[in-house]
Design a protein around this ligand. Structure first.
Ligand SMILES: Cc1cc2nc3c(=O)[nH]c(=O)nc-3n(C[C@H](O)[C@H](O)[C@H](O)COP(=O)(O)O)c2cc1C
Length: 193
């Protein structure tokens, strides 16, 4: 185990920044999968778009809809698991996370900033109606309100990373690093993949 006490930064953060930089030409490198469990303990998994990172606190931000299942799951059990694969560099990150939901009521300023940073087609997806409710057959999807301000169901989810598992398949040797927080300090273990 390597001690990072002399370095206050979070050791997996520079690596993730580098992976994002090396893959910046491919938009799909910003998609990752999030698994949550519902109240019965049944897991489910979905793709999300990475929006931002808090480098100081080791958190990852996405936008979402308060009416979707992942929100109910996280309100019941804030633990989630993220799996993020960078095809270009053949790197996988697995993060154990805690999800915090930020709605307009909780933090209107932050939520509005994320809304205004979204593209117009991205905003429209939040204005089609309630997710998972029946839709009119063959009708095109139409925004049911203006996109100037965030709708009340628009939210930001902050995922605070508690543990990271990095795997690099490129070349020989391959690498696997386990990053864990112990007594408030991040430690890295280099392990056999
Ligand atoms: C490439 C891709 C990116 C997506 N990005 C998001 C996103 O950033 N936020 C989101 O709420 N849903 C996103 N979705 C839709 C989710 O994967 C999912 O279908 C939706 O959020 C409902 O999930 P849930 O019912 O499990 O909560 C994305 C889907 C794809 C295929």
């Amino acid at each position: 185990m390597q001690n990072h006490a002399d370095n206050p930064s979070i050791p997996w953060i520079p690596r993730l920044i580098k992976s994002l930089q090396l893959s910046r030409q491919s938009p799909e490198s910003r998609y990752f999968q999030l698994a949550t469990c519902n109240a019965e303990g049944k897991p489910s998994n979905r793709s999300l778009v990475f929006r931002a990172m808090d480098e100081l606190h080791g958190a990852i931000f996405v936008v979402s809809d308060l009416r979707t299942d992942k929100i109910a799951d996280l309100r019941n059990n804030d633990q989630g698991a993220i799996c993020w694969y960078f095809a270009h560099t053949r790197e996988q990150y697995r993060f154990d996370v805690r999800g915090t939901i930020l709605s307009l009521i909780d933090d209107g300023k932050t939520v509005a900033t994320y809304w205004h940073n979204m593209s117009e087609p991205g905003k429209k997806q939040f204005l089609w109606g309630v997710p998972k409710t029946p839709r009119a057959h063959r009708e095109p999807l139409k925004a049911n309100q203006q996109s100037n301000d965030p709708p009340e169901h628009f939210c930001v989810i902050k995922f605070t990373v508690e543990r990271a598992d990095y795997l690099c398949l490129k070349g020989n040797p391959q690498y696997r690093h386990l990053y864990e927080k112990q007594q408030g300090e991040w430690r890295t273990a280099h392990v056999i993949p």
